[in-house]
Design a protein around this ligand. Structure first.
Ligand code: ADP
Ligand code: DP6
Length: 332
């Protein structure tokens, strides 16, 4: 009997400059570079065991055995790893999401990064960050950024080899930042990011406008990080999210991830700013609003938000670490 085990923990990341659209669906090559902050509050822990005693892949998420459809997605990803490692062993994947699944809180980023790390460790594949980033990308694009702590930029590249994330040196700027999650809905969303971005690329009259402005937004974000310029980083973060969400309104059929509660949270952020409190919002493929604020103002923003949202809807996150690969055990 052969048994190979690996275990990894990966943290979610939230894009400040969004990834929205693929140039290659199969390889998950994006249309544009994106830039993110990895966070400490939400993460995934995954154990993968490959064994000659298994006759199929099994996927447990939060201790529940998943149905065929969900397991097939994991199996396809494991196939890439099996191919690289020249293994034909089936696997048992046991994953815990310390983040609501598929609610626009980036469970796919931490989930697929942890899976890439745990499965690679189990089968003895290279664990260099660049290789892990490339591999995680094949599971979910945003996952390639969760290999790193702090700020990361996903270089879109033009091939499987050249598309991966790299860390952005920041001189510790991320330690000054806080991101407050306003969880207006933690249920599964109707339109996944994968389907939403594809529909947008294929049908939205606004998509070209989005793509055209990404390079200048990225340049502004990089400069803001280098200069520790919070206002500039906040402004471009909010602008990138608004433009990304704008594209969905012109898709055919049109859709939006925003709910009335999302709009309420966004209006509050604008109001706080008018009152002199620097904070900026971003949203992903779901209605939840994430507010970027300097740590020194976190408690003020939180207490203002508490007048409108219950305490369990508000979660403050800070910069998180890169992926941690914890074990590799082999039993023969
Ligand atoms: P989210 O906003 O949470 O990232 P997505 O719709 O983009 O939502 O992705 C959710 C999908 O990510 C899930 O349906 C599942 O296929 C995958 N996923 C989430 N968590 C895990 C995990 N721990 N291990 C493997 N796959 C996961
Ligand atoms: C809006 O990485 O979940 O959160 O590559 O199809 O798995 P797939 O999509 P995913 O999309 C994330 C989209 C986003 C923006 C971002 O994280 O950059």
């Amino acid at each position: 009997m052969h048994m190979y085990k690996g275990h990894a923990r990966a943290y979610t990341n939230i894009a400040l400059i969004k990834y929205w659209g693929k140039a290659d669906q199969q390889l998950i090559l994006p249309m544009n570079n994106s830039l993110s902050l990895t966070l400490d509050a939400f993460y995934t822990e995954t154990s993968v065991t490959f064994s000659s005693t298994f006759s199929e892949d099994q996927f447990y998420l939060d201790n529940h055995l998943q149905d065929r459809e969900t397991t097939v997605k994991v199996s396809r990803f494991l196939d890439l790893i099996r191919e690289k490692a020249q293994s034909q062993l089936f696997a048992k994947v046991d994953s815990q999401n310390f983040v609501p699944t598929a609610a626009g809180l980036a469970s796919s980023a931490s989930g697929l990064a942890a899976l890439a790390g745990a499965a690679s460790a189990a089968l003895g594949l290279p664990l260099e960050e660049k290789e892990l980033s490339r591999l995680a990308r094949r599971g979910s694009g945003s996952a390639c950024r969760s290999i790193y702590g702090g700020f990361a930029e996903w270089e879109k590249g033009d091939s499987d080899d050249s598309s991966y994330a790299v860390p952005i040196p920041s001189n510790g700027f991320e330690e000054e930042l806080s991101m407050i999650f306003v969880v207006v809905n933690d249920q599964q969303k109707d339109v996944s990011s994968r389907d939403g971005m594809q529909r947008t690329v294929e049908t939205s009259a606004f998509y070209d406008g989005w793509l055209a402005t990404v390079p200048q937004d990225l340049a502004k974000a990089r400069t803001a990080i280098a200069n520790k310029d919070f206002q500039s980083l906040g402004e471009v973060t909010e602008a990138s999210a608004l433009k990304m969400h704008g594209t969905t309104l012109a898709a055919v059929p049109p859709f939006t991830y925003w709910s009335a509660e999302s709009m309420r949270a966004m209006a509050l952020v604008r109001q706080f700013r008018n009152e002199g409190l620097a904070c900026y919002f971003t949203l992903d493929a779901g209605p939840n609003v994430k507010i970027l604020v300097e740590k020194k103002n976190e408690s003020t923003v939180l207490s203002k938000l508490q007048e409108h949202f219950s305490a369990d809807q508000l979660i403050a996150a800070h910069a998180g670490p890169g992926i941690k690969i914890m074990t590799k055990e082999v039993e023969a």
